[in-house]
Design a protein around this ligand. Structure first.
Ligand SMILES: Cc1ncc(COP(=O)(O)O)c(C=O)c1O
Length: 397
């Protein structure tokens, strides 16, 4: 039986702009129903233009892009890779699939992104033990650029390449110090490569898809070969090494072309949704929103709140109250050092990531949300806090 009542509010649903279908129709007309074709080429070119990263490879997912990036950097058995603990598993599983060991670095409390000081400590300690780190993977969490400049400065003396996980930060900007300029997420000079995701919940989507982008033409050429079963240039199928089947479908690239046109509007709307929440929730005791780092302008992919003791209700209580009103919300990414699959990994202290996870909740942040939708969510959050505080004061008397 169909559920009655208000329509479901999803966390971050796809939002088509209308132009996608024309690109898909063009792909159909040319019969490039294939993992290669004019729409893939055009999508890579348009992505390079939009981000300022000259060399781009469209692939099946963000995870595939990370797998290719790490493979190109030579990550393999016996190597150690350092990554943000507060991230999604697709950021780090490729390192493990390549046979490397992982160790996780904590977030900075003011940005929630990889803490450069904690990274320096980890690299110094590992160097003193004679361990060489093969790559560092900072995640641009919830659409906010990591402090690329500081992270690269920390890594430089150790000679460790940095691969930026920009899966969530399409459209975000990183400010260039001492200037009025900014760079697109992942475009910072000195990064070995950056990966992006066009999964269905991302700010722009191809239903599933990803991009590997780099200023290094050779790295992308190598990744391109690997992404096509490492086929050698020959008329027959010749293979001197193993690769992957990771190319993006031409049909999905066509969707991506339409979505790219909408990017600026989507960023503006995500930021507007965040501002509405901020205004509506400003007087809730013990509630705070994810801070914006002074080093950039995030895309506010998701509006994320933290609930302290004073709020009166735990994030899970709020999540259930929202669900009862047909509203989807979700806990933050459970930090990687707490995941059973990484139980044996080297653990550096990750207290900030743990606290953020235990106290946080991601609120619906779709770009088609209206002010009334946001008010509906905020009202449930408000009521749940009030009820929790009332209950606490009753049981105290
Ligand atoms: C931080 C982060 N890294 C990596 C990924 C993996 O991307 P995909 O789902 O396209 O493989 C995602 C999202 O899905 C993500 O949020």
């Amino acid at each position: 039986m169909a559920r009655s009542g208000p329509a479901r509010l999803f966390l971050s649903p796809p939002h088509m702009g209308g132009g996608e279908q024309a690109h898909v129709a063009e792909a159909f007309a040319s019969n490039y129903i294939a993992p290669l074709g004019p729409q893939v080429n055009a999508f890579e070119a348009a992505f390079a233009e939009a981000t300022g990263i000259a060399h781009c490879l469209a692939v099946a997912s963000g995870t595939a892009a990370m797998h290719l990036a790490l493979h190109c950097l030579g990550v393999g058995p016996g190597d150690l890779v350092l990554a943000s603990s507060l991230t999604f598993i697709g950021s780090v599983s490729p390192a493990r699939l390549l046979g490397a060991e992982l160790a996780f670095v904590d977030s900075a409390p003011g940005t929630w992104n990889m803490d450069p000081d904690m990274l320096r400590e980890a690299l110094t300690r590992l160097a003193s033990e004679g361990r060489r780190v093969k790559a560092v993977i900072p995640t641009d969490i919830y659409g906010q650029c990591a402090d690329y400049a500081r992270l690269l400065d920390v890594c430089a003396p150790f000679g460790v390449p940095v691969v930026a996980d920009c899966a969530e930060s399409m459209g975000a900007r990183a400010y260039v110090p001492d200037s009025d300029d900014s760079l697109h997420a992942g475009a910072w000079p000195g990064l070995a490569a950056s990966i992006f995701s066009f999964n269905g919940n991302k700010i722009i989507t191809t239903s599933g898809g990803g991009m590997l982008a780099s200023h290094d033409a050779e790295l992308i050429a190598r990744a391109r070969k690997l992404s096509q079963q490492a086929r050698e240039p020959a008329p027959h199928y010749e293979h001197a090494e193993l690769g992957y089947n990771y190319r993006l479908s031409n049909i999905l690239a066509a969707i991506g072309l339409g979505q790219l046109d909408m990017l600026e509007a989507r960023v503006a709307q995500k930021r507007r949704v965040f501002r509405w929440y901020k205004e509506l929730l400003r007087e809730e005791p013990g509630l705070s929103l994810m801070p914006e780092a002074p080093t950039g302008r995030g895309n506010r992919w998701l509006t994320v709140i933290q609930l302290g003791q004073d709020f009166g209700a735990a994030p899970e209580t709020v999540r259930q109250a929202l669900e009862a009103q047909n509203i989807e919300s979700r806990p933050l990414w459970k930090p990687m050092h707490l995941q059973p699959v990484f139980a044996g990994c080297r653990a550096f202290p990750c207290a900030v990531a743990e606290t953020l996870f235990h106290h946080g909740l991601c609120l619906p942040s779709g770009t088609a949300m209206t002010r009334e939708d946001v008010e509906r969510v905020a009202e449930v959050v408000h009521r749940t806090g009030v009820a929790g505080r009332k209950q606490a004061s009753c049981s105290a008397t």
